[in-house]
Design a binder for this molecule. Structure first.
Ligand SMILES: Cc1ncc(COP(=O)(O)O)c(C=O)c1O
Length: 388
């Protein structure tokens, strides 16, 4: 039925310069963190996002854990966030003994609904996490305004959002702290990797210590102190120079990678207009003010059964489509470590009905056409529901 073609959900994209840079790193004799490639990548991220300082980390999750340490979260503190996100958005907070408080998302962007935040604030609330799902920006004006009124810190989980903007401002560089991911499924990759972006110079001073295993080794390397010691709680957060060399090759091609992903995204979007008109599935919404990065393409089916059937039918046709996310508030660890502020119907619905289609820069036009044809074919077997 698939004509022999199989389109995987993701295939890591390489630019062709990764090995050359890794060889240069090996020749350079610096393989641990904070080497020359890491330095170049951090300066690049600072220039691109306008943040005061970028720290490369060994994962996006590690960047979130650094953020939780920097905010000084402790037992019983609360952090407001969506439940429709990856586990470590909440895990980073819970690791500090703080409580993730889940609020519902907007039905259009699937991002945190700013109108739901205020009611979830208590005397223990310390921060809000804005997750930019699919590289589509949260309404950062509204989120930052609530945070300002209540004296809260804004952490951006921009794991999906490298290269995307909100009202011309790069995501990850708008809140007090921002986390990026370079995991192999993201737009710009290095296997496992991430970055923490900071706007405030006081946070930068402390982050330098937390990043370097809780020591003042960076000051020592600048000859500011005669020896270094354990200064505060930190961990081994830096990215290895081998990964940073890989990342440097990707950063040089990041605009090209984004353009290719956007071209595929738009191809899907245009091709599924008919499906939306027939009430078989709806396409993503990108509000005014967002320039997204084509990180992922999703369709929303009318119900969970339709979603499950579509994934199975696509697999039969040689297309590997997947669901996204199992909500955190009803997951075993979410129930143990967090709490939902009221019912989260939009989250539950999105989680039950969403399908992600394959999207990676190395897909050729025939792969994209194959996916489009398979979706049309699979959905044609279903009749449009009477209501949505
Ligand atoms: C929204 C979100 N936050 C955080 C992460 C964690 O990033 P990493 O896999 O680099 O640790 C992910 C990874 O998929 C994610 O999707």
């Amino acid at each position: 039925m698939s004509g022999g073609r199989y389109v995987p959900f993701n295939r890591p994209y390489t630019t062709g310069r990764e090995l050359e840079h890794i060889a240069a790193a090996i020749d350079g004799g610096h393989l641990s963190g904070n080497g020359p490639f890491a330095d170049r990548a951090e300066r690049y991220l600072e220039a691109r996002t306008g943040c005061a300082r970028a720290f490369l980390t060994h994962s996006g999750s590690a960047a979130l854990e650094m953020a939780a340490l920097l905010v000084g979260l402790g037992t019983g503190d609360e952090v407001i966030m969506p439940s429709f996100t990856f586990t470590t958005t909440a895990g980073a907070v819970a690791l500090r003994g703080a409580v993730p408080v889940f609020v519902d998302i907007r039905p259009d962007t699937l991002n945190i609904d700013p109108a739901r935040i205020e009611a979830a604030i208590t005397g223990r609330t310390r921060a809000i996490v804005a997750v930019h799902y699919a590289g589509v920006a949260c309404d950062m004006d509204a989120v930052c305004e609530v945070a300002r009124r209540h004296g809260l810190v804004v952490i951006e989980d921009a794991a999906h959002a490298v290269g995307a903007t909100w009202r011309e401002r790069p995501l990850g560089g708008i809140g007090h702290l921002g986390a990026l991911s370079f995991h192999e499924t993201k737009n710009v990759i290095c296997g496992e990797g991430g970055a923490l972006l900071l706007r405030d110079s006081e946070l930068v001073r402390r982050a330098e210590v937390i990043h370097e295993k809780g020591t003042n080794r960076s000051a020592f390397l600048r000859d500011e102190v005669s020896r270094y010691h354990w200064a505060e709680l930190g961990s081994s957060f830096p990215m290895s120079e081998i990964n940073a060399a890989f990342l440097w090759a990707q950063l040089g091609s990041s605009d090209m990678i984004t353009d290719r992903r956007l071209a595929i995204w738009h191809h899907y979007f245009d091709a599924f207009g008919d499906v939306e008109e027939q009430g078989l599935a709806t396409r993503p919404v990108v509000p005014d003010g967002c320039r997204h990065n084509g990180h992922l393409f999703r369709l929303m089916l009318p119900d969970e059964e339709g979603r499950t059937t579509l994934i199975a039918e696509l697999e039969k046709r040689g297309v590997n489509a997947v669901f996204h996310y199992v909500p955190l508030h009803s997951s075993p660890a979410g129930l143990r470590y967090g709490r939902a502020h009221g019912p989260l119907p939009v989250t539950d619905q999105a989680s039950a009905r969403l399908v992600r289609l394959p999207l990676w820069p190395g897909m050729d036009d025939a792969d994209v056409e194959h996916v489009i044809e398979a979706v049309h074919d699979a959905l044609a077997r279903r009749t449009a529901p009477a209501h949505r």
